[in-house]
Design a protein. Structure first.
Length: 273
């Protein structure tokens, strides 16, 4: 029997990147997946957002790995939409045992004001995480079978290195610090229900959030064929999504049954450099 047989994982930002990697790994381990993504352009973000086709590809990959999937389109900033997406997924798949609040945005578009960029970061990266867990936690508590929640913060969630006083940069750093605070608060809230809450703090990951023209322009031109150096201690420019997935797979596993309230860096030494 696979470790997560009979369990359902709710994953936001599931259409591509880290979210897709997490979904496929948990499906391989027997989980069914409620896969949520906004699947729409956002003029406040400097790179393309995921599409409905991306979400369909994630769903197909879950099925090919033996999992059932409920694919839902919702903007995590909209609490009512998130609650509806989670309710639909729970009705279809039979509950929720794992929550990966992964959806987030990075570099803001230069075409929006600093104030707008600051608010967007907080609304997606922090309010969106709050909306996700608030939508899922009542079901997890009512089920009475425990569970695991992992929030995606960032290496910027414990350091201000790289801050530049811009609305988007300030907002990103503030939002990711706030996620760590939510994790610690919710670890207390949900512990009596045997629901563990942890966070992962990756440095730069090789996804569209980082691998785009807008981010590349921030760096001195790297040698041809190489990725920008984001400041890791180990000699690795960017993590692979699967590197973050490996940490999350541990945190939601039975082997981590006594691990809660942890902010786990997956950052190739970024935070200690």
């Amino acid at each position: 029997m696979s470790e997560h047989s009979g369990r359902v994982a709710l994953i936001t930002g599931a259409a591509r990147g880290q979210g897709r990697s997490h979904a496929w790994r948990l499906a391989e381990q027997g989980a069914d997946v409620i896969a949520v993504d906004v699947c729409a352009p956002d003029e406040g973000v400097a790179y393309p957002m995921a599409s409905p086709d991306d979400l369909a590809e994630t769903a197909a990959g879950i099925r090919s790995r033996g999992g059932r999937v409920s694919a839902q389109v919702a903007d995590v900033r909209d609490g009512e939409a998130v609650r509806a997406a989670v309710a639909a997924g729970v009705d279809e798949l039979g509950g929720v045992d794992i929550v990966l609040a992964n959806a987030g945005i990075g570099m803001a578009s230069p075409d929006v004001s600093a104030a707008r960029a600051f608010r967007d970061q907080l609304e997606v990266n922090t309010v969106g995480v709050w909306n996700t867990v608030q939508a899922a936690a009542p079901t997890m508590i009512a089920q009475g079978r425990g569970g695991a929640v992992v929030l995606t913060s960032s290496s910027m969630g414990t350091t201000g290195r790289g801050g530049d006083g811009t609305g988007g940069g300030d907002g990103y750093i503030a939002s990711k610090h706030a996620v760590v605070g939510l994790m610690r608060s919710w670890a207390h809230w949900l512990a009596p229900h045997s629901i563990r809450v942890n966070a992962v703090l990756p440095s730069g990951v090789a996804t569209t959030m980082v691998l785009n023209d807008a981010v590349a322009a921030l760096f001195t031109d790297p040698p041809e064929g190489e990725t920008p150096d984001v400041g890791n201690l180990l000699p690795v420019a960017l993590l692979a999504p699967e590197d973050v997935t490996a940490a999350i797979a541990y945190l939601v596993s039975d082997g981590a049954r006594h691990v809660t309230g942890v902010a786990l860096p997956v950052d190739a030494g970024f935070a200690v450099r």
